[in-house]
Ligand binder design. Structure first.
Ligand code: HEC
Ligand code: HEC
Ligand code: HEC
Ligand code: HEC
Ligand code: HEC
Length: 281
């Protein structure tokens, strides 16, 4: 991800880049309200002044909780429009430098940006319905640290994530944690033992923990359909792209045929998804 932390320096860069005719992506950030016809009047007004836009109320609670993607995209089109370079400045071709997690059966298309891989690429659209505010819950744009101003987050704010714009524990970890094979009774890592289970998670999960993925940022039916054809789809979010050494402690929804006793590891687990992600029944 490109970092745009360089506040005022950005304006200079924009001027230079536009002069050079290559700065469209960066320029859009500054100029979007004028470009985006459907943007709300508020966004258009605030967008006239860079600092006002930076502190636009949509960035903070409570407004961010109900913000729609179009409202954010009125100013931040670069998030879904910018693409990675086909060749790095040092001459490395993107197409020739695929990481291990890009050499799986589920990876399609050219290398792409972080935001696009979660919002607009084919796999993202098929399986997920992430919104800006699924991840972005508001952060202190000043220095991303608590206790530095009277109006910002305070040092005793346990929910604050230092120097981060989103909280990885409540977002990324859900789809990028380890597969907890011990509690599933599997003899070891999935890649080593999958053949013994027919290379399908559904060998067990057709009957166990069947009440799953009923949240507003996932497409539950599409996930089941895709997971039936290719276990990499399931594994992809449950260990196959693990950026963490821990697993996410999922809510344990009751399912048909579930034993009444709760195993020790599951004691204290919630029995419903987080309130903000639940679907209206
Ligand atoms: C009125 C225009 C406008 C709207 C609407 C807007 N933003 Fe911003 N946003 C900005 C500007 C300007 C900045 C400062 C950019 C910078 O410093 O690079 C910013 C900064 C950010 C940053 C931090 C970037 C950084 O590097 O510090 C995030 C994250 C962000 N916005 C997300 C959102 C989300 C999510 C929404 C919708 C809920 C939203 N924005 C709505 C204009 C807007
Ligand atoms: C999967 C979670 C996720 C989703 C969904 C998401 N973002 Fe982000 N976004 C991030 C992360 C992580 C960063 C980098 C945060 C940091 O540097 O601390 C980021 C950074 C940004 C930035 C700063 C500039 C940059 O590109 O680094 C902006 C602006 C932004 N997001 C806007 C948006 C908007 C608008 C949407 C909806 C269209 C959106 N994001 C959806 C996780 C997400
Ligand atoms: C709802 C599930 C979900 C959440 C939440 C999520 N991801 Fe992902 N992530 C995915 C999937 C699925 C892919 C694979 C996309 C593909 O291969 O097309 C992926 C791919 C990635 C990639 C690789 C992109 C590439 O170019 O191959 C990175 C890096 C990543 N995620 C980081 C994050 C971070 C950081 C967060 C939290 C801010 C996050 N993800 C949150 C599901 C998720
Ligand atoms: C040998 C049978 C078996 C196989 C094969 C299996 N699982 Fe499981 N899985 C279980 C059992 C048993 C549990 C725990 C059920 C409970 O809550 O009591 C479980 C729990 C889970 C959980 C919830 C973990 C938690 O902490 O709440 C996830 C997620 C999961 N499995 C995903 C998968 C995926 C993805 C695959 C395939 C890559 C897979 N499982 C293959 C038996 C299996
Ligand atoms: C796009 C990412 C993604 C894919 C693909 C995916 N999962 Fe999940 N899975 C999640 C997330 C996120 C949760 C937690 C949802 C919530 O908050 O309730 C979850 C929860 C679960 C749970 C816990 C159920 C419970 O009690 O709530 C099981 C079991 C599970 N997944 C198995 C599977 C299986 C089997 C497949 C393939 C058919 C699969 N997953 C594919 C992201 C994914």
């Amino acid at each position: 991800m490109a970092s745009h932390k360089a506040g005022t320096a950005l304006l200079l860069v924009v001027a230079l880049a536009v002069a050079a005719g290559v700065g469209l992506g960066v320029w859009i950030k500054g100029a979007a309200p004028e470009r985006a016809g459907g943007a709300s009047a508020l966004a258009a007004h605030a967008g006239k002044d860079y600092f006002r836009a930076t502190y636009h109320p949509l960035h903070f609670k409570p407004a961010i909780e109900t913000a729609r993607d179009e409202q954010c995209l009125a100013c931040h089109r670069e998030v879904v429009e910018d693409r990675v370079r086909p060749v790095s400045p040092a001459g490395v071709k993107a197409a020739a430098s695929l990481a291990w997690y890009q050499r799986t059966s589920t990876y399609r298309g050219d290398q792409d940006t972080f935001h696009r891989r979660h919002l607009v690429t084919p796999l993202a659209k098929e399986l997920m319905a992430l919104a800006c505010n699924t991840c972005h819950q508001g952060h202190d744009p000043r220095d991303e640290a608590p206790g530095t101003s009277a109006t910002g987050p305070q040092p005793n704010d346990a929910a604050f994530t230092l120097r981060k714009q989103v909280n990885p524990e409540t977002t990324c970890l859900k789809c990028h944690g380890q597969m907890p094979v011990q509690l599933m009774g599997l003899p070891g890592p999935w890649p080593e033992h999958k053949e013994a289970f027919g290379n399908s998670c559904l060998t067990c999960h057709a009957a166990i923990r069947t009440n799953r993925h009923r949240v507003n940022y996932l497409r539950a039916d599409a996930i089941e359909a895709a997971g039936r054809k290719d276990s990499e789809v399931c594994y992809g979010c449950h260990g196959g792209r693990a950026w963490y050494r821990i697993a996410y402690p999922y809510a344990r929804h009751a399912w048909e045929g579930m034993a009444p006793e709760v195993p020790e590891w599951a004691q204290g687990r919630p029995t419903q998804s987080e309130a903000r992600f639940r679907l209206a029944k």
